[in-house]
Design a protein around this ligand. Structure first.
Ligand code: ATR
Length: 267
């Protein structure tokens, strides 16, 4: 019998997750179907209840429902609890198990795919919304020398700084500092804007990472190149790696991701 999964979001038409999971399923010879479901903005809970009633095994959750998914979960992994954000639900024995695979996806993309060592590096994380919250603990667990959170609304950064015991502040506070890995977890690239980073923020040989991705380099990655970031990457690898982590949760198998990233890159 075919097992059913889906990604729930609003909007959802653009989602690459069905393609990614179809590739994983083929590779791992798993009999599953993975669809895409548009939920009304006020209809997430009902949509999840319907999927459970229909016998789905689980689902991924994307914008704008990750916080609601966290609230709806009847049990949470530590990383999902820390993030207050859930992107992976598993339905078992009437329960809703919530996890967040975004941070693991980012760590794997930076460490394994891009070959960058997080251990001992100085990391700047820009943004204090759900995207940033989801990756702090997994980055921290890799043993960096420092993580500093910068955000336009400084109070939000400070709250996260206190919660996770790391440095936090405004973009002005970054003056005179430099970092080995600069991660853009803001939504600024969507508006073709770049957070106001001071000169010298990119250390020698540093990596600029934008969680957003697109056919062309994002406006942040173009800025980073001009500002001297030697290595630059968008979030396509993270997207595939977070999907692989979800697949592992559901199916207990780790698919090979390099070929899937290359395939998405070319289409
Ligand atoms: P998400 O859940 O995707 O993180 P969010 O909670 O709306 O989305 O958070 C968006 C983040 O991008 C916030 O940190 C926001 O900064 P504020 O907290 O000050 O709003 C940040 N952001 C959005 N546009 C930005 C811009 N042009 N420059 C800097 N930061 C920006």
């Amino acid at each position: 019998m075919t097992d059913h999964y889906a990604v729930i979001g609003n909007p959802i038409a653009h989602s690459k997750s069905p393609l990614i999971h179809a590739e994983f399923a083929k590779q791992c010879r798993q009999d599953l179907h993975y669809g895409r479901i548009l939920a009304p903005v006020d209809g997430f809970r009902d949509t999840v209840a319907r999927l459970q009633a229909e016998g789905y095994k689980g689902c991924n959750v994307t914008v704008p429902f990750k916080l609601e998914a966290w609230k709806l979960s009847t049990s949470l992994t530590r990383r999902a609890g820390d993030a207050e954000s859930v992107n992976t639900l598993s339905f078992q024995d009437g329960g809703i198990y919530g996890d967040n695979t975004d941070g693991a996806g980012l760590v794997r993309d930076i460490g394994s795919n891009l070959g960058f060592s997080i251990r001992g590096s100085r990391i700047l994380l820009m943004g204090a919304g759900g995207a940033a919250r989801g990756v702090i603990r997994p980055l921290h667990d890799e043993g960096p020398a420092e993580i500093f959170i910068a955000n336009r609304t400084v109070e939000k950064a400070k709250l996260l700084g206190e919660k996770f015991g790391i440095g936090a502040g405004s973009y002005e506070d970054l003056s005179g500092k430099s970092f080995d890995i600069v991660i853009n977890a803001t939504s600024s690239s969507l508006k073709e804007e770049v957070p106001p980073l001071p000169q010298g923020i990119f250390a020698q040989g540093s990596l600029a990472y934008d969680m957003m991705y697109g056919k062309e380099p994002t406006v942040f990655l173009k800025f980073a190149e001009a500002a001297g970031a030697k290595y630059r990457a968008d979030g396509l690898g993270m997207l595939v790696e977070q999907a692989a982590e979800s697949f592992y949760i559901w199916r207990g198998m780790r698919p090979e991701t390099g070929s899937v990233i290359a395939k998405l890159r070319s289409c």
